[in-house]
Design a protein around this ligand. Structure first.
Ligand SMILES: [Zn+2]
Length: 197
């Protein structure tokens, strides 16, 4: 299976998202919290999410390694309501900065000589005014995409996922992995956080 190596990165992400959606609908089984058809990534999703659990998509194609994260904002910044004070605004800014450095979150084995080439991070908890008159519990998601290019892709064997260390709120990562040899699901935890590619 090819991930269209010559197309622009944005198209590759769309292709990946489609592929993962297809895989997810086949593999979902008895899970009830899948939210197909509602791919409003990263902002004000009102579909079910479970704090402590996040979804990670990893794709390897030619010399590219692509990583996509969808997670409850609580896993990243510790809360999901709009910032109420300077400390909460600072926490959001700091979390965005931390998420931008994909090389500190996702570490391929050194022999592959991978370097981050681009990233896209969405962490927007909105404005307090939006929720000033509601008693409802507020939820928000964070979203990130990171692209790496590897000088020695044939040597790419593992990806150490540091999310559990960097953002300690997480308990479980549901992983969809797409490589030239096929696709599979996996699950990472604080105790087992390295993916075999
Ligand atoms: Zn939530």
């Amino acid at each position: 299976m090819s991930i269209l190596p010559s197309s622009p990165r944005r198209l590759r992400w769309l292709f990946l998202a489609t592929l993962v959606a297809i895989t997810g609908s086949v593999a979902a089984g008895d899970e009830h919290d899948h939210n197909h058809g509602d791919h409003d990534h990263g902002h004000r999703q009102h579909g079910a999410h479970v704090h402590g659990v996040a979804e990670l998509n990893v794709a390897v194609d030619a010399d590219s390694l692509l990583v996509e994260l969808n997670t409850p904002a609580a896993n990243i910044v510790g809360f999901e309501h709009p910032p109420r004070n300077a400390a909460e605004r600072a926490a959001i800014a700091e979390a965005r900065k931390t998420m931008a450095d994909g090389a500190a979150l996702f570490v391929p084995n050194a022999g592959a000589e991978c370097a981050q080439t681009s990233h896209l991070v969405t962490l927007d908890l909105g404005d307090p005014e939006d929720h000033a008159h509601t008693e409802e519990e507020v939820h928000a998601d964070a979203h990130g995409e990171w692209a790496f290019t590897c000088a020695k892709p044939a040597s790419l064997k593992t990806l150490d996922v540091k999310l559990f260390e960097v953002f300690p709120g997480k308990e479980k990562l549901r992983v969809q992995l797409i490589t030239p040899s096929g696709q599979r699901g996996d699950e990472l935890t604080p105790e087992r956080h390295q993916l075999d590619l």
